[in-house]
Design a binder for this molecule. Structure first.
Ligand SMILES: [Zn+2]
Length: 74
C-alpha cells in the first residue's frame, strides 16, 4: 500500500499552506483586533492564512495586492 507515503507527502504540504477553502477563493476573514485604516481601505490580516488582506467592499476581504506589488519591487 502507498497510503502511508502519500499521507506523509500531504502532511508536508499542509504545513506549507493550510487547508483553507475560502482563502483559495480569495475570500478571507480579518482578525478584527488588528484591522486598521490605511487611508484607502480597511486592511488587516486573515485569521486563517495570516496573509495581508484589504476590504474591497462591505464584508468582502481579498488579498492585499498593494502589498504584493511593494514586495516585488524590492
Ligand atoms: Zn485567508
Amino acid at each position: 500500500m502507498n497510503s502511508s507515503a502519500a499521507g506523509l507527502r500531504v502532511n508536508g504540504v499542509v504545513t506549507m499552506k493550510l487547508d483553507l477553502p475560502l482563502c483559495l477563493f480569495n475570500r478571507h476573514a480579518p482578525r478584527r483586533s488588528r484591522v486598521k485604516w490605511d487611508g484607502l481601505n480597511f486592511v488587516g490580516h486573515c485569521r486563517f492564512c495570516e496573509k495581508p488582506i484589504r476590504r474591497m467592499d462591505k464584508g468582502r476581504w481579498v488579498r492585499d495586492q498593494i502589498e504584493k506589488i511593494k514586495s516585488s519591487d524590492l
